[in-house]
Design a protein around this ligand. Structure first.
Ligand SMILES: NC(=O)c1ccc[n+]([C@@H]2O[C@H](COP(=O)([O-])OP(=O)(O)OC[C@H]3O[C@@H](n4cnc5c(N)ncnc54)[C@H](O)[C@@H]3O)[C@@H](O)[C@H]2O)c1
Length: 246
């Protein structure tokens, strides 16, 4: 009997890094559930070109009710969950004088609380399978001097702490947990807040002197989402052209 196809949940998979990661995973024979605030039609059709199955859920990953819907949909459509990529995030560039508590909370809710909620939603199914890979997207900005990102850096440093702690709790179930940190890149979200010249200028400080694109994190995520990374857990890899060293 052929082995059953693995299933991955990718948050924020309608565009940017999440879309490239979804398509990259589909290329390795994985079916995808995309959870995003917006319809993920293009991602779904690209996944299908690999012969994979794509299910798209329009939902806010920072809302506990939505992540319960994710759990129900996974059970109903696939009956399993092998991989979770916690990618959805926002990065408003706002100086600390203008950051009010509402913005602070929103950034933490979407960038960090959502990762906790998604983990809680998928863990029961992942444990049943006895194998799992959780990849949390952080950011190399936590090692850089970029004004206006205190709220964002706080949430992304939290992602690294959550990754380290969670790795300890789930290892006995065959589940690894790691984080990947991209650099300022030419994704739709990146280009909405940083102009192209700034991304090009930042690239000159990298070891590899070209600007990052949505495809540049895919290889690292695929490694951490696959069988060959089974001895790696609790780690953070900066996939950033060699800009920030941990
Ligand atoms: N692009 C960069 O420069 C850069 C650099 C370092 C880290 N990152 C991180 O990479 C991740 C993806 O960034 P991107 O550049 O691809 O962003 P993007 O804005 O291009 O795409 C993000 C996707 O997430 C979705 N999303 C946002 N909030 C959501 C929510 N509450 N619920 C469900 N979906 C939601 C959006 O609709 C969008 O489709 C983020 O976590 C970001 O912090 C980005």
């Amino acid at each position: 009997m052929p082995e059953a196809r693995r299933v991955a949940v990718v948050t924020g998979g309608a565009q940017g890094f999440g879309r490239s990661i979804s398509v990259g995973l589909a290329g390795t024979g994985v079916d995808i559930l995309v959870v995003d605030l917006i319809e993920a039609k293009e991602t779904a059709s690209e996944v299908e070109t690999y012969g994979g199955r794509a299910v798209s859920l329009v939902a806010d990953v920072a809302d506990p009710g939505s992540t319960e819907r994710v759990a129900a949909l996974l059970q109903q459509e696939f009956g399993r969950c092998d991989i979770l990529v916690n990618n959805a995030g926002i990065y408003p560039n706002v100086g600390i004088d203008e950051v009010d508590f509402e913005l602070w909370r929103r950034v933490h809710a979407i960038n960090l609380d959502s990762q906790f909620l998604m983990v809680k939603a998928v863990l029961p199914l992942m444990k049943q399978g006895g194998w799992g890979r959780i990849v949390n997207i952080t950011s190399n900005s936590i090692g850089l001097v970029i004004p206006g990102l205190a709220h964002y850096m706080s949430s992304k440093a939290g992602v690294i702490g959550f990754t380290r702690g969670l790795a300890n709790d789930v290892a006995e179930h065959g589940i690894t947990v790691n984080a990947v940190g991209p650099t300022a890149s030419k994704t739709p979200g990146g280009l909405a807040i940083i102009d192209e010249e700034h991304i090009d200028a930042l690239a000159q400080a990298q070891a590899i002197k070209r600007p990052g694109t949505a495809e540049d994190v895919v290889g690292t995520v695929l490694f951490l989402a696959g069988d060959s990374s089974g001895w790696v857990t609790g780690q953070t890899i900066m996939a950033d052209g060699g800009l920030v060293r941990l």
